[in-house]
Design a protein around this ligand. Sequence first.
Ligand SMILES: NC(=O)c1ccc[n+]([C@@H]2O[C@H](COP(=O)([O-])OP(=O)(O)OC[C@H]3O[C@@H](n4cnc5c(N)ncnc54)[C@H](O)[C@@H]3O)[C@@H](O)[C@H]2O)c1
Length: 309
Amino acid sequence: MSKALITGGAGFIGSNVAKLLVDEGYDVVVLDNLSSGYQRNLATLPTVEFVEGDVRDVEGLSQAMEGVEVVFHLAASVGNTRSINHPIADSEINVIGTLRVLEAARHAEVRKVVYSSSAAIFGELKHLPIREDHPIEPDTPYGASKLAAEKHCLAYAKLYDLEVVCLRYFNVYGVNQRYDAYGNVIPIFAHRLLHGLPLTVFGDGEQTRDFVNVRDVARVNLLAAQTAGVSGAFNIASGTSITINQLVELIRDVGGIQPAVEYGPSRQGDVRHSRTDISAARMVLGYEPAVEIADGLAEYMAWAKGEMV
Ligand SMILES: NC(=O)c1ccc[n+]([C@@H]2O[C@H](COP(=O)([O-])OP(=O)(O)OC[C@H]3O[C@@H](n4cnc5c(N)ncnc54)[C@H](O)[C@@H]3O)[C@@H](O)[C@H]2O)c1
């Protein structure tokens, strides 16, 4: 049985990766310091070995990596606003933490590291569709730290006998994603809907976004691990986009609640349209997003109701 380590495996995306790996027969170890993750995200996965630890801790990391074939590195200080408020902690976790993971991985003779990168590395979007070679000019400490970590990953892939794939996620949504006032629009809408609050749309709502379901993101992590001989960085999204007004309609249809919708001024720096080119991941990793937004939202709202996110 293949053994996998998931750093940040108690978080939103990491817990979905854990579920898929268990379903696929992997022996799974999760290392997480629970700073933004929840052990209950793993409650339905009793075979997962949970290690409460920090990716900055060399000793704990090397112990957790014993006998591991693949590392899924998701542990991070996540988000632009948090990074602006805590730039040093952001880099200590995202850059030095990633270097610690890479060092431990090569010493443990891990075959592959799959690193969760972010669209935040691009900064302000210059042109569409967003391919891998879109200008990379992060405009927050978070974007800069995710980029630095990505570069370290790719350097390790050149220097050592270690394959490293970086997956740059765009807007991910789905089960285990909890409400956070500065977070993504879908959990914010779900939270407001479930608490009888009006939904606020910035601008006219005709701006488009590409939302990718976390089950597709988990799947591409597995594909990246299983595709032998590949290192590199790939854009990961759904490849389709919807307007925020369409999102409002869909979410109230599946939620079965009719909220008031308020329109506010456009937010500074918000891009009008977003469209991501995922053909590289399609071609090289065999990635094919499979979850339709209406189905993904229905699944998410059912979960969100149970949790009252
Ligand atoms: N959610 C998105 O839309 C999105 C988009 C782009 C990239 N990403 C990336 O995906 C990864 C997972 O993000 P998420 O949305 O699941 O966030 P999350 O906050 O739910 O998950 C991060 C996990 O890492 C853990 N963690 C944080 N610091 C740690 C440390 N020092 N040591 C050990 N564990 C630590 C947290 O407790 C948490 O469980 C991150 O690397 C993030 O940068 C997410």
